[in-house]
Every structure is written in C-alpha cells, then in structure tokens.
Ligand binder design. Structure first.
Ligand code: MIC
Ligand code: SF4
Length: 642
C-alpha cells in the first residue's frame, strides 16, 4: 500500500477503497478557525452533543483579527465559551495561524484531521491525512461522527535531486501547479516520495502540502521519516512520532516526476495560482507591495531567510513590505535570535501572527498595484483592491523584490545565506487554553453576541423545482467569487442576512436583488465550480437567497459537500455543450427531483423558456441524497437521531 491507503485503511468505518466510491472515515483530530468557526459551533450547539468526542479538537482565532467594531471580538468570546464548555483547546488571538500552530504543536503522523479551512492539508507535511471540510462536517466529526468522502485516487509526486540556492519549497508546489493546473488534484491525494524527500525539512514539506489545496486535491501527504522525527523532537514531541512510508511495491494511479535540482524561482501570475512563469521572465517589473506570511510561508525558516536577505538593507522607497509571522513561536524565536531586529531595521511593517493580508484583513494594495505575496491564492479582488495584480512567490523572491523595488531573480543577489533548522524550538503553550473539566461544564455559559443571527432554514426537497436561472458564470468560479471575504465582510460570518448583499457581487452586482425579486433561483456554472476555500457560507448565503439547485459542468469537492449539507441540489450537465444553451433569466424546471433522489433515477432539466430538455448527472452517495431529501445535514442529523 501507499501512505494514503495505509492511513485510510486504518480509519475506514464504511465503504470500499475503490477510487470514487464513498468511504466513511474515523476522524482523530479537528480544527476550526474563527471565520468558519462561529458557524461550525452554532451547528455543533444545534446538534446537541455535550462534549467533543475526538482525540483532539482545537478552536483557533487567526482570521478575524482586525477589530474595527464589536463583531469579531464578540465572535471570539463565543468561540472561546464553546471551546471551554465543549472540551476543545482554544488557541487565543495572537497565538498564530491555525495550520502553522497545528503543525508545530498537534499534528501527528498516521492520524486523520479535518478542519473548517481548505488549507488543513498543511499537516500532511508531517505525515497526516489532513483535509479541509465545511463547518457542518467538522461539527459532525467533533460529535464523533464519520467524515464521508469519495475514496481518492493517489498521485505519486516523485522528487529527485536537491533544491539549488535561492530555490525553495514554494517553487516545488508552483511547478506542480504549472504542470497540473488548479483542477489537477481533483479527487486525488498527492503523495510525495522519492529520494528528494529526505532533503526537505518539515516546514518546507508543509509549504508544499499547504498549496495542494490550490490543485483541488483532497489532501497531500509526505512520509514520516527521520526528518519528521527530528522536527517533532525539536518541538519536544518525539513521542508523537511514528514511521510511515509507502511499501516497496506500492502502486499509484499516476506518477509525476519533479527534479528538484532543475527547478528555478517561479511566480504564479494574476489571477490564478496555476498561471506560473519563471521569475527571470518577469525581472524588472516594478513592485508596489510585498507581503511575507500566511499558512504557506511564515515558518521560522521562512522568516529567518527573509531576515538574512533584508539584513543591513532598506526596503525600496516604492515598496510597502508587510510581514505577518505564522505563529507566536516563530515571532518569539526571531525576536530572541535577532532576526526580527534585522526585519524591523530594514523598514518592514510587522503585523501580528495571523492570516492578515492573505484574506484581505488589511494591507490592501494601491490601485492597480503590483503585490508580491508568499501566500497561496491570488484570486481577483481577494487582496481587497479590485484591480491589484497579485503574484505568488517564495520568501526569497519576495524579499529580493522588497529591496530592489522590482521583480528580481534572487539568484542574482550573490551567495545564499545559509539557514539551518534549530535543534529545539521555543516551547510555550501559554496561549492555548484548556477546556473546563466535563464535571464543571455546566458552569460555562455560551456567550452569544448581538452579531450572531440564526442560520437559514431549509426545507425538505420538493417534488419539482421551478426557478429562474438567476446567474450564469464560467469556469473555475471560486468561493471568493460566491461569498467574498476581506476586512469589511468577514466580521459578519455569523450574520447570513447581512452577508447576502455581497453574494456574487463581483460577477453580478444585482445578484442578491435579483434573487430576492425572483423568490427562488438556480445558478448555472462551468468547470470546477466552487474551487478554493472550505467556507460553507458560499452555500448558506445562496440558500438564504432562495437558490434551490446549482447546475455546472463540474464541482470542487468541498463546495459540492457544502451545497448538499445546506440542502441545495448540485447537478452536472450530461452533455457539457448544453451549458451553452441556457441563458441567464431562462425559466427552468427540475421535474420529479424528489423521486430521482429517492430512487437514484435520471434527472432532466427542462428549459421552459426555450422548450429544450437537458439530461443531467449527479455524483451523490445514497447518504448525500438522503441529506438532500431531508433539506440539509442538520435536518438529516435530527431525523437520524430522532
Ligand atoms: C481562505 O484562505 O480563503 C480562508 C479564509 O482561510 C478559507 C476559510 C474561510 O473562508 O473562512 C479557506 O481557505 O477555507
Ligand atoms: Fe489564513 Fe490565508 Fe491560510 Fe486562509 S490561506 S488560512 S486566510 S493564511
């Protein structure tokens, strides 16, 4: 077996390990962050489970850290009260980005983790099967329920050679994205192997597994080897180590080869992570902003490299350099070893250890500004500036541009500063709060601030759905298109009615008004609809606006699951050419949809405006069809437990 199959086999509760067939997995650990967490804990409360049943569940505060009103602070209190009462660890604001902290303090080789954040697979760098999921799925897992996914195919990414000076882990994953595209990982776990693995440290591996999310992959995983052991030892967690490797005769569904020695510095150009070019081709382009941070590239190693490049220099006058460390551990260590002094002296604007600019929580670039970011997503408008040109790069390329004021191939800067991993990290978990003992849980009140509004209710699936095509969009629509984030909107993640006005605003500013006027609607989409984040708001808000079905050429995994969990029917065109035949505004009908979901029979879409009929497909497990029949996962769970 390969590593993925080994972890799945050890956690399999139901189903056969045949790619595409639905499997149910036991989940050992969960994580949430605050932007998805408020909803996840509201759902957990609605499920009525008194204490979490996992081996470990952690509630992080890292996204909504700008507090320009009461909303975020209130939501943090709500999450803290849930964590204390329900048996979760609470990672306080300031402690760092969930994926970075989880890697440092909690990830364990061979275990399963789901998190209400699409970059949860970061922990795959430590040999975990870690997956992003919607908040409701995480709430179910916290309650001890299984996590259902289609059994993934496994792609071996065989690494040979060794990275050359100034070339880094970011370039490895950008190369994979260049080769495979943002759709290339769909339905797959990317498993790293080959002789090149041994040369990569755990934080470097985590940069690679982190951006497996951008491939659309279910997860990404590295072996657990001596390097993993050394990292865990340095984190005073050697006891958490177990060896994990693929059998010598393991088989894979596909293999891709990457020669680390041949890689060069790369950049993902606006506005997709797979639009990758060599940095040398971009050299000379003027740069306005540089941001170093995020769950992709804000480890100790990344910031030590940054500091070494900035040492004794001044940030170019044209450039605003922003640095957000990945965790309190990272920030404390660079403060102690002097690297932070070099960063500050060079003129960097040092932000708190949180997501920050990555999710548009401040530091929006100037109009039309060129921003080089060590992050993982450069979707249009995500930075907070609609016409900004965001490039995704390594810390080396980012720091080089911060000094020169232009895209610079860092290999032209001379000798690479040698940075090595420390033998021990500074361990202080004082910002991780323990829950109260179960015997005292009644003493903790859940604190609901005025920002928290009830979530939208859905109804059991009707016999027939008749509704207008309120929106037609193209390929690769992201959840940032469906439900944008950023400093102005994110504080309302627990207020679905308020969020509704921003739904699809970038695609059609009249979307919300049209939905309200129509009363109900369907959305028509192209390939890979709903790629990107795990946010279930991209389903809950359309539900609130009356969307009953979404019909596309294909869906991204997490968004499809979120639609089902919200009671919105996801269907695909049997003949993708039929997509062309529907116009926005057409009146559409799904006849006998309830019977089809009950019996697993064929579904057709009638276009009442043109008279055409289109055959549709659905790739839904019997459980997912039952969830739809019940009107969503919450109602299904209630029916189930009744
Ligand atoms: C993101 O990077 O887009 C986010 C913000 O972390 C999301 C979660 C969210 O929308 O709250 C993700 O990646 O899942
Ligand atoms: Fe936070 Fe950005 Fe990572 Fe999402 S991608 S978890 S916003 S740092």
């Amino acid at each position: 077996m390969n590593i993925t199959q080994k972890i799945i086999a050890a956690h399999l509760l139901e189903g056969n390990m045949v790619p595409g067939e639905t499997i149910a997995l036991k989940i050992d650990q969960t994580l949430t962050q605050d932007a998805t967490g408020t909803m996840a804990y509201l759902e957990f409360e609605a499920m009525g489970v008194p204490r979490v049943k996992t081996e470990l569940s952690v509630a992080y505060i890292d996204h909504n850290t700008l507090q320009s009103g009461f909303e975020n602070a209130d939501d943090h209190k709500f999450i803290r009260s849930c964590a204390r009462k329900r048996g979760l660890l609470f990672s306080r604001p300031g402690n760092g980005i969930c994926h970075q902290v989880h890697l440092e303090r909690f990830a364990k080789p061979g275990k399963t983790l789901i998190g209400s954040d699409s970059h949860t697979p970061t922990a795959g760098g430590l040999g975990m099967l870690a997956m992003g999921a919607g908040g409701m799925d995480v709430a179910v897992a916290m309650g001890g329920g299984a996590y259902h996914i289609p059994m993934p195919k496994v792609t071996l990414v065989r690494l040979t050679g060794q990275l050359q000076p100034w070339v880094s882990a970011k370039d490895v994953i950008l190369e994979v994205l260049r080769k495979l595209s943002v759709k290339g990982g769909i339905g797959r776990v990317m498993e790293y192997g080959g002789p090149g693995v041994a040369s990569l440290s755990v934080p470097e591996r985590a940069t690679i597994t982190n951006m497996g999310a951008e491939l659309g992959a279910t997860g990404s995983v590295f072996p657990s080897d001596v390097v993993t052991r050394a990292f865990l030892k340095a984190q005073e967690r050697e006891g958490d180590w177990t060896e994990l490797s693929a059998d010598a005769d393991a088989t894979y569904d596909d293999i891709i080869d990457i020669d680390l020695t041949a890689l060069e510095p790369l950049a993902a150009c606006p506005h997709m992570p797979d639009n990758v070019k060599p940095v040398r081709e971009l050299a000379g382009m003027k740069v306005d902003q540089v941001c170093i941070g995020s769950c992709t590239n804000a480890s100790l190693l990344d910031l030590m490299k940054t500091a070494a490049i900035l040492k004794g220099k001044t940030v170019h006058p044209r450039v605003s350099l922003n640095i957000s460390p990945g965790s309190k551990q990272v920030l404390t260590m660079i403060a102690q070893n002097g690297a932070l002094t070099d960063i500050i002296a060079a003129g960097a604007r040092v932000l708190e250890a949180a997501c920050g600019p990555c999710i548009g929580m401040g530091q929006a670039p100037s109009s039309g500004g060129v921003s080089l970011r060590t992050f993982n997503r450069n979707f249009e408008g995500r930075s907070g500036t609609a016409d900004a040109q965001v490039y995704l790069v390594s810390p080396e390329v980012a720091a080089a541009a911060a000094i020169t004021g232009e895209f610079t191939d860092p290999r032209t800067l001379g000798e690479f500063p040698a940075i090595t991993m420390p033998e021990s990290f500074l361990i202080d978990d004082n910002m991780i709060e323990q829950p109260v003992p179960e015997s005292e849980m009644h003493s903790v009140e859940i604190e609901y601030g005025p920002n928290i509004k009830p979530f939208p209710s859905s109804e059991p699936l009707p016999d027939t759905i008749t509704a207008k095509a309120v929106l037609k969009v193209g390929d690769n629509i992201t959840t940032d298109h469906i439900m944008p984030a950023g400093a102005k909107i994110l504080p309302y993640r627990s207020n679905i009615p308020y969020l509704a006005q921003f739904c699809f605003a970038q695609c059609d500013p009249n979307f919300a008004a049209n939905c309200k006027a129509a009363g109900s609607g369907m959305v028509i989409g192209g390939e890979n609809y709903g790629q990107g984040s795990s946010r279930e708001h991209a389903a809950l808000v359309p539900l609130y606006l009356g969307i009953k079905a979404v019909i596309t050429k294909s869906f991204a995994r997490m968004h499809l699951a979120n639609l089902v969990n919200s009671g919105i029917v996801p269907l695909t065109f049997a003949n993708p050419m039929d997509y062309e035949k529907i116009c926005q505004g057409d009146q559409l009908q799904l006849g006998d949809i309830r019977t089809a979901m009950q019996q697993g029979t064929a579904v057709a879409l009638q276009n009442l405006s043109s008279g055409d009929i289109y055959a549709l497909n659905y790739n839904l497990s019997p459980r997912q069809r039952e969830i739809l029949l019940a009107g969503g996962l919450l109602d299904y769970t209630r029916d189930f437990s009744a």
